[in-house]
Ligand binder design. Structure first.
Ligand SMILES: [Zn+2]
Length: 157
């Protein structure tokens, strides 16, 4: 799931529980924990959190992880297509997330689909912009995730 989609999902969750919307820094902290969850599972996960919780969960990353485990156990047929290809460019994550500093110092975060493998399908329901690390660096964008040492940790069982 890319950050923009995640951001919309989180806003809807905070609104549902009557909370002030999370600032971008907090969203990014949560995003790091849940970024490997495919967008296709989000609707189901959010529904489950709304159904099971009286308040906004204190540990949102944990609530998402639980929702993702339930989704996988309920929809094994949908999960098979998310099996990971080995890729030295995105380390199996399928996305390259960059941070761009805007004039005035505000930062924006967005994700490109990895051009070198098919793992982007886990995150994007339709075509996103494709790129490679070298292309992004040429455009002056620094890849903030995944760093080279972090391997994919999605289990598809
Ligand atoms: Zn890749």
């Amino acid at each position: 799931m890319e950050f923009t989609e995640f951001s919309t999902v989180i806003d809807s969750l905070f609104l549902f529980f009557g909370q002030t919307l999370a600032k971008n820094d907090r969203k990014r902290d949560i995003y790091v924990e849940v970024k490997d969850i495919p967008g296709i599972a989000m609707e189901s996960i959010i529904k489950q959190i709304k159904r099971e919780s009286d308040n906004l969960p204190r540990n949102i990353g944990k609530a998402f992880a639980l929702g993702w485990r339930l989704y996988k156990s309920r929809h094994p047929e949908k999960i098979r297509k998310f099996e990971t290809e080995l890729c030295d460019e995105c380390f199996g994550h399928g996305i390259l997330t960059v941070e761009n500093t805007l004039p005035g110092g505000r930062k924006e975060v967005f994700s490109f689909s990895c051009r070198l493998c098919g793992n982007w399908r886990r995150h994007f329901s339709k075509d996103n912009l494709f790129s490679t690390r070298a292309e992004l660096e040429t455009r002056g964008l620094s890849v903030i995730w995944p760093k080279k040492s972090i391997a994919v940790n999605v289990s598809v069982n």
